[in-house]
Design a protein around this ligand. Structure first.
Ligand code: H2P
Length: 708
């Protein structure tokens, strides 16, 4: 409930790995009253329903009032001078809230180690008191109560779309200020020199959301511990490290100065000073003779054009900047963050994502987990590299049979779930072709469903055509305000309605949209998948982690050369996956040259033209209007965007081919089983245990803890 999509789930996998490997680490966040919404499908449309997850109490949490912190918002800064002639920054006229932590235990696998996920709740500072009423502070008392209530009310469900909402910045500063205050306080309970904080503490900033930590740490070190700027900067730049999780510009947070400085006046002063000093660095590095000074300032400044750019703040103050898959890190270095890479090449490094095999194989797929253990022992549970020992069984006929039996039973389990939840009967002997992930145009669920429409036409026109029965399974939440994403859900359900109820195709095609996709049903879905759809526009998916969850469950990847797909294919071999479409270099080139013309793809493929037309000809919607925006965004471009922003049409033919090949390949049961077993056997790299060890070795440099 506390996250949304791969970003949040990655953090959960990391916590599992940290505890299991024995590293002392905290996860920090907010104790939202309402987490991610529950999705209902009504008449094919997504409806968001609040999830009051704490309603009946939560036995897995412990309130820790002894660590309560005060967090201040608004007001102004009055500068005075102390007896040594040093400036003192007095924060006055502010509103504040109490941050009270709740600790959730994160239990390591079989090692007696329990780490902590610390989520902060907000309480009013002066609980409604009569004396404040008497003092005429009635209004202030109510305001502080409301502030506390609002801050922790709800997780913004806009996935990675930065919405510029004031409350969102309040949430970020709230949990960051409390977490950083407590980290410093905890350090000072055991050590005496705050100048050496970095020897014991790293803040790993998970995307831009927590990057205000940089300025908050500076504030605490200077205003509360009396450090000079240079001393504080030295500590901060050795303590903070930043992970970038996406290149989608929409997700890189930029706050209007007006909002930022009004809400966080002291923090803003510090950000301005960091920026002023950074610009001096730029001018030194690119003196006026180079003619580059202004351009570099424009592209790299932290405060520019009325905005505070949080990614820039994190890069300038962090000692490490990492991407989450090799290709993604290369794109950061050579495209998106090129100027920063030129200036600070030593900061950049890659940490390819991973997943915890303990949830996504051991817990989610017990039949397969037992089978693996029967063949190679159980060391894979805490050392996934061991799973490569399965390779020899890929050529063993009995093992292939056993694997296919297990997959079949998992498909029966999912088919039952689908029947109970969707009322649709699916055949577990058909190919289970699955795409589950947040709904976003760059992830291209639309490409998938357009191709289903295309196949349906083909089967109707050529009933004699050889076609292996296939079940297309979707699961996705769309951000509540994301029109095209929500329309795509409706389209999938509209196609499902038509296709699933057409007796003339003899059940060769089935389309299922699984309501309320989340970790608990994901476990069943991964276990039952034959084909893993990873079809993002190359260069746009930073890593993907669903791709790894499918792989470890023995599904074959059907995907583009994007994110971690590149490394999956490198491990398992291209012949054991179905790779198609434009490459990241090709996409980047087309984008730079502005040469894309989708019309040519429509003209050369009448089947594609027909499918597009069916979006608006009544086939899937009697009004003809419902899917017009999808149609127009592909063919003409809407809302100031060019046509087909994510190259759905350019990749369509190649996608057809890849899907076709996968269907043919499936008919050779032995060959398929071999490929599936090899996928499992080659998944060792994609454990989050390996990812965490990489972070430890290159960034955190912490030692393991042993518990007797
Ligand atoms: C994001 C990226 C993924 C990446 C994940 C974790 C933001 O997640 O888009 O490519 O694997 O972070 O690093 P998502 O789209 O699933 O919400």
């Amino acid at each position: 409930s506390l996250g949304n999509g791969g970003l949040g789930r990655l953090a959960a996998c990391f916590l599992d790995s940290l505890a299991t490997l024995g590293y002392a680490a905290y996860g920090c966040g907010i104790r939202y009253r309402y987490g991610m919404f529950k999705q209902q499908i009504r008449d094919g449309f997504q409806v968001e329903v609040p999830d009051h997850w704490l309603e009946n109490g939560n036995p897995f949490e412990l309130r820790r009032p002894e660590y309560t912190k005060e967090v201040k918002f608004g007001g102004y800064i009055r500068v005075s001078m102390d007896e040594n002639g040093r400036s003192v920054f007095n924060h006055e006229g502010y509103q504040s809230v109490k941050a009270v932590p709740f600790d959730l235990p994160i239990v390591g696998y079989g090692n007696g180690i329990v780490n902590t996920l610390r989520i902060w709740d907000a309480e009013a500072v002066n609980c409604f008191q009569l004396d404040s009423f008497d003092k005429g502070d009635y209004q202030k008392a109510v305001e502080q109560e409301n502030l506390a209530r609002n801050i922790v009310e709800v997780l913004y469900p806009n996935d990675n779309h930065y919405a510029g909402k004031e409350l969102r910045l309040k949430q970020q500063y709230f949990f960051i200020s409390a977490s950083v205050q407590e980290a410093v306080a905890k350090y000072m309970r055991k050590h005496n020199d705050v100048r050496k904080l970095y020897e014991k503490v790293t803040f790993q900033l998970n995307d831009t959301h927590p990057t205000v930590a940089v300025a908050e740490l500076m504030r605490i070190l200077m205003d509360e511990y009396g450090l000079e700027w240079d001393e504080a900067w030295d500590v901060t730049t050795k303590t903070c490290a930043y992970t970038n999780h996406t290149i989608m510009a929409e997700a890189l947070e930029k706050w209007p100065i007006e909002l930022f400085s009004r809400l966080l006046p002291r923090v803003y002063q510090i950000v301005e000073e960091i920026n002023r000093r950074f610009i001096i660095e730029i001018e030194k590095r690119y003196p006026y003779e180079t003619g580059l000074t202004q351009e570099k300032i424009k592209k790299m400044a932290i405060v520019y054009d009325g905005q505070v750019k949080m990614a820039h703040l994190a890069i300038v103050a962090g000692f490490s900047v990492n991407g989450v898959a090799r290709l993604h890190t290369e794109i950061l270095k050579n495209q998106e963050l090129r100027d920063f890479y030129e200036m600070f090449p030593e900061k950049f490094n890659n940490k390819t994502n991973g997943i915890t095999q303990r949830r996504f194989l051991l817990h989610g797929n017990p039949l397969l987990a037992d089978w693996v253990t029967d063949h190679i022992g159980d060391e894979w549970i805490t050392d996934l590299a061991q799973i490569s020992k399965l390779k020899i069984y890929a050529d063993d006929e009995k093992c292939r049979q056993e694997f296919m039996n297990i997959k079949y039973q998992n498909k029966v389990r999912l088919a039952k779930y689908i029947l109970e939840n969707n009322g649709v009967e699916v055949d577990p002997r058909s190919i289970f072709d699955v795409q589950v992930k947040r709904l976003h145009e760059y992830k291209r669920q639309l490409l998938n469903i357009l191709h289903v429409m295309y196949l349906y036409n083909e089967i109707k026109e050529h009933p004699e055509m050889e076609f292996y029965p296939r079940t297309f399974i979707f699961g996705a939440k769309a951000a509540a305000g994301y029109k095209n994403a929500k329309l795509t859900i409706k389209l999938i359900n509209a196609v499902a309605d038509v296709v699933n109820n057409d007796d003339s195709i003899n059940g060769k095609l089935k389309v299922v949209f699984i309501e309320n996709y989340r970790v608990s049903n994901a476990e069943w879905i991964f276990a039952a998948a034959d084909v893993s759809e990873q079809i993002s526009t190359a260069s746009k998916e930073a890593s993907g982690t669903g791709n790894m969850k499918f792989m470890v469950n023995g599904a074959l990847t059907l995907g583009t050369m994007d994110g971690a797909n590149v490394e999956i294919v490198e491990e398992v071999g291209r012949e054991n996956a179905f790779i198609f479409g434009l490459t990241s270099d090709e996409i980047i080139k087309i984008e730079e040259e502005h040469t894309y013309n989708p019309q040519k793809y429509i003209e050369r493929n009448p089947g594609l033209a027909k499918v597009l037309n069916q979006l608006v000809d009544g086939t899937y919607d009697p009004t003809h209007q419902l899917f017009r925006e999808l149609y127009e965004s592909l063919v003409y471009g809407i809302e100031g965007n060019r046509a087909d922003v994510y190259y759905v049409l350019a990749d369509f033919d190649a996608y057809c081919e890849a899907r076709k090949l996968s269907g043919e390949t499936f008919q050779d049961r032995k060959g398929w089983a071999r490929k599936a077993i090899l996928n499992i056997a080659c998944s060792g790299k994609f454990s989050s245990d390996r990812t965490i060890e990489d972070y430890v070795k290159d960034i955190w440099k912490v030692k393991t803890v042993k518990v007797k």
